[in-house]
Design a protein around this ligand. Structure first.
Ligand code: C2O
Length: 545
């Protein structure tokens, strides 16, 4: 498919803004594919800003790292008037992923669903057969230009302005001013089963989602099937996708009643640093002939804003299928293990700036005290051409240099160091990473996203990770397999994966403000000895910096 990026005037909340879109659509077009298919997308940049598309968020890009998309990691941006063909094959994944721009804050409006159907002739492993497939993509609408918002925040070292609304399929819904006509409405037929493909493409907010009087059956997350379970409420972080089944069952007393679907944030940061509003969409049943006009409206209830207990219980319910059809290839032994302290921090205010962070400092974020500086040329190109001097260094710390009480009183010195540091892994290394949230500048949940791999979430807990006791409780049998995991506020998660995909793979917090502040790093995975274990050569049209 061809995907021209153009500016398009879009009005929400009575504010009209020219936003970057693909094909003039907001949200962008849906890519429908099957497991095993090759996907070819030609992105043509017709806007004044640089563009790159993460043509997968979650597509494994086996040996095709050039098509992964993050700017200055796998490629240089596509400049105005230029194009680049993303070309990759979907291997071993089925469910829902999404694509989004991966440069600065452009993904605020440039995003769309990727639907991956099972191979032809292979049924869904669900208890029921869905009658229809409905993408529900969450986003955030800003009345101001998001690029200007983050540029201003980075200049002042302050927190950026929050969004003005959440959206479902691009529409904020009736609970915002000047928005009731911009409501996503879905008409359903009683007795039928629907597969909802939930995608959180919001920039900075984890979300709770629920539909009044309807139970949701979770069947797939991040394009990997899970053991089905029932829930009234789903938690979904930016970067995650969740497939749920829903049986359309009208209210017995009033079969024509409508039901609200609501989403609003799970927020653990300082109030005021995230959008605390609610997006609504509507589930409608066809009114019986001659039915009255004013219909009752059912409204679901959602957990409290900072309900971390709900968040951790919900993630603990997610289990991979781990059966002969869908085995869980969990690394049982670990070749290399890492401990990353993940959180916010500060930098001294540069002389030429007026900063508005704590005590006049500049806000930043880090892993193991390293705030990642973006290079000016792509890491993958430097790696492939063996020309890394001046681009990156290979000394990313395997653990914090000075351990501290991560979830207790923050250390006096909250300053971070800066660098473009990576970890180098040999092909097929089995890797364990414990991601420990820190309470520097307050506890906060961070949705950590890894490119190029699915990982298994083998453990999670509150407080400080205990290397002597916690590994004994790890689930190595049926841990959930995914590409984005919420590091609990005031706690930790442990993930494992096989580094079987040669290339350079970004790992970052999917809250865009934290990525902008440096909560990111990269893994370099060397080629294996066999031809099919090597990164393919770069495509001829790869943009240059
Ligand atoms: Cu969905 Cu690096 O991103």
């Amino acid at each position: 498919m061809s995907a021209p990026v153009t500016m398009q005037n879009v009005t929400r909340l009575c504010t009209t803004r020219a936003i970057p879109t693909v094909n003039g659509m907001f949200p962008g077009p849906k890519i429908v594919t099957r497991e095993g298919d090759r996907v070819v997308v030609k992105v043509v940049n017709n806007v004044k800003d640089n563009v790159t598309i993460h043509c997968r968020h979650g597509v494994r890009q086996l040996r095709t790292g050039w098509s992964d998309g993050p700017a200055y990691v796998t490629q240089c941006p596509i400049r105005t008037g230029q194009s680049f063909v993303y070309n990759f094959t979907i291997t071993g994944q089925r469910g829902t992923l999404f694509w989004h721009a991966h440069v600065s804050w452009m993904r605020a409006t440039l995003y769309g669903p990727i639907v991956i159907l099972p191979k032809r002739g292979v049924p869904f492993p669900f208890p029921v057969k869905p009658y229809k497939d409905i993408p529900i993509i969450f986003g955030e609408w800003f009345n101001a230009d998001p690029e200007a918002i983050i540029a201003q925040a980075l200049k002042t070292g302050a927190g950026p302005n929050i969004s003005d609304a959440f959206t479902i399929n691009g529409l904020p819904g009736p609970l915002y001013n000047c928005s009731s006509k911009d409501t996503f409405k879905l008409k359903v037929q009683p007795g039928k089963w629907y597969l909802f493909r939930l995608i959180n493409a919001a920039l900075n907010d984890e979300l709770f989602f629920s539909i009044a009087n309807h139970t949701l059956t979770v069947v797939d997350v991040d394009a990997a099937y899970v053991k089905p379970f029932h829930t009234d409420i789903v938690l979904i972080t930016p970067g995650q996708t969740t497939n749920v089944l829903l049986r359309a069952e009208p209210d017995a007393g009033c079969p024509a009643a409508t039901h609200l679907m609501l989403a609003r944030p799970y927020g653990t940061g300082q109030p005021g640093t995230f959008d605390n509003t609610t997006v609504a969409a509507v589930l409608e049943y066809a009114p019986a002939p001659g039915h009255i006009k004013s219909l009752p409206l059912f409204r679901p209830s959602l957990p409290a804003l900072n309900d971390t207990a709900f968040a951790s219980n919900f993630s603990a319910k997610l289990r991979s299928m781990a059966n002969p059809d869908y085995p869980a290839n969990v690394p049982r032994a670990v070749d290399r293990s890492f401990f990353f302290a993940v959180g916010l921090g500060t930098n001294p205010c540069p002389a030429n700036k007026t900063c508005q962070g704590p005590n006049g400092s500049m806000f930043t974020a880090s892993m193991n005290n390293v705030s990642f500086d973006m290079p000016t040329t792509a890491l993958l190109q430097a790696h492939y051409s063996n020309n890394v001097a001046g681009v990156y260094t290979t000394d990313f710390p395997v653990a914090p240099l000075e351990p501290f009480n991560y979830t207790g009183t923050p250390p006096n010195n909250t300053n971070v160091s800066n660098g473009t540091k990576v970890v180098v892994l040999q092909y097929n290394t089995s890797v364990e990473v414990v991601l420990q949230g820190t309470s520097i500048l307050g506890v906060e949940s961070h949705p950590l996203h890894l490119h190029g791999f699915d990982f298994f979430v083998v453990g999670q807990g509150f407080g400080n990770y205990d290397p002597d006791k916690d590994p004994a409780k790890f689930n190595l049998v049926d841990p959930v397999q995914r590409n984005t995991v919420g590091v609990p506020a005031g706690g930790w998660v442990a993930i494992r994966f096989f580094a079987d995909n040669p290339g350079v793979w970004f790992m970052h917090c999917h809250l865009e403000v934290h990525t902008s502040w440096g909560l990111k790093m990269a893994w370099v995975v060397n080629d294996g000895p066999l031809p099919e274990q090597k990164l393919m050569p770069p495509p001829a049209d790869l943009p240059v910096c």
